[in-house]
Design a protein around this ligand. Structure first.
Ligand code: V47
Ligand code: SF4
Length: 384
């Protein structure tokens, strides 16, 4: 008997109904999701999320080779969870990169097989859409095949408003300059009451969704995130995922959902604390089951820590993001275990293989680049 059928034979009435929906590839509803969060043992969640993940991706777990550029940490906004930004007044305590400095970072990877550059940062009042379009153009001129995943909806909203462009005009302008896709940041929690308590002054939920919808309608795919484990409750998380599932139903433009665990160091929400590991695994599992129309679920290892990220592979995650490098500061400054977030391809592959999955290098859009079959060496390492 398979794990899921074994679970079915001993489950409560409520869980049986959820399992039946999962087996028939039907969406679960909000009540079901709340039941999973509050009444379902963690081991059962692992079985259910793994079933959904295996239905979608078989035994494959993806990673990519990327690097980050963070143009600045100067920011006009004041999100309470942010450990990273400096106000414009205190900009001398932060950093502001020139085009040359950013292009220099790109050139450092000239002889490396990276496929993506991920560009996000603070919202600097003097870095406008023309500055960033120039950056995109110079990167594409230097290395046309590099996929540019850049600018959260928060950065885009500010850029477009300042340039007096509509969302569609701004997106097409950046697309023409070389923008290939949009990362998932800035979503935080869509619920207006929670959002007003943690990030009152940046783009609201409607604005975030409008930018992603317009991007999808103009051939720019994107990701979606959710910041969890702070002052929100399970209902707020479910509401957030429901809104994303509805938009995805219309556009099919989201590639990946990335739950981001709130980290508490060096920010104004330190007193809130951090959730325990079991809560992280629950979050991944329920996301995998609920968001059945977003193909991928990413465990962003620099934020979770690599061992915990490895554990999420048994709770629905099928993607470990990338090799990154030591330039991403947003999590190290917020207290992540990963103070220098870089990992070699060998280590990423090993993390995946140790979990009995087949490691697959992908590009940003999940086209497969290389499959790493499990070696005997890994098999014997596993059995120790
Ligand atoms: O929107 C900021 C989060 C996000 C903290 O699309 C924090 O592939 C936890 O969106 N604790 C930006 N989280 C990063 C992001 C991202 C990362 C990796 C991959 C992709 C992708 C997107 O970081 C922000 C915010 O939600 N964040 N501070 C903190 N203290
Ligand atoms: Fe600025 Fe982003 Fe930090 Fe908010 S999370 S203060 S928008 S850098």
């Amino acid at each position: 008997m398979s794990n899921i059928d074994l679970l079915l034979s001993t489950a409560s009435k409520e869980l049986r109904s959820i399992i039946k929906k999962i087996k028939q590839q039907e969406s679960i509803n909000e009540t079901d999701a709340l039941y999973l969060f509050t009444q379902t043992p963690i081991a059962s969640l692992g079985i259910l999320a793994t079933f959904v993940k295996n239905q979608l991706h078989g035994n494959k777990v993806f990673f990519n080779r990327n690097f980050h550029i963070e143009p600045t940490n100067v920011c006009v906004f004041s999100c309470k969870f942010c450990s990273y930004s400096k106000s414009y007044k205190h900009r001398d305590e932060g950093w502001e990169m020139s085009l040359e400095q950013m292009l220099h970072i790109v050139k450092k990877y000239d002889h490396q097989a990276v496929t993506e550059v991920h560009i996000v940062g603070g919202v600097h009042p003097k870095m406008d859409i023309h500055f960033f379009a120039e950056l995109l153009r110079s990167i594409k001129t230097h290395r046309p095949s590099l996929h540019i995943k850049a600018f959260t909806a928060v950065e885009l909203d500010y850029m477009f408003r300042k340039a007096k462009m509509s969302v569609a005009e701004g997106l097409l302008f950046l697309k023409d300059a070389g923008l290939n896709s949009i990362p998932g940041g800035g979503a935080e929690i869509f619920n207006a009451s929670i959002r007003s308590q943690i990030c009152a002054d940046k783009v609201n939920a409607e604005g975030w969704l409008h930018i992603h919808q317009t991007a999808h309608e103009n051939g720019i795919p994107s990701n979606a995130t959710m910041l969890y484990g702070h002052i929100e409750n399970y209902e707020h998380r479910i509401e957030h995922m429901q809104v994303l599932r509805n938009l995805q139903e219309k556009t099919k433009g989201f590639n990946t959902f990335i739950p981001l665990k709130f980290r508490k160091e060096n920010n104004e929400m330190n007193h809130v604390g951090e959730v325990i590991l079991i809560e992280d695994m629950k979050m991944y599992a329920v996301a995998r089951i609920f968001l059945n129309n977003i193909p991928h679920l990413k465990a962003y290892w620099p934020m979770l820590g690599r061992q915990n990220a490895q554990l999420t592979l048994n709770f629905g995650a099928n993607d470990l993001d990338g090799t990154i490098d030591d330039s991403t500061k947003i999590y190290s400054m917020a207290g992540s275990e990963e103070q220098t977030p870089s990992i070699s391809t060998d280590d990423l592959v090993r993390l995946i293989q140790e979990s009995h999955y087949v490691a697959v290098e992908r590009d940003t859009l999940y086209n497969e680049i290389k499959v790493y079959p499990r070696s005997n060496e890994t098999a014997s390492y596993m059995s120790k």
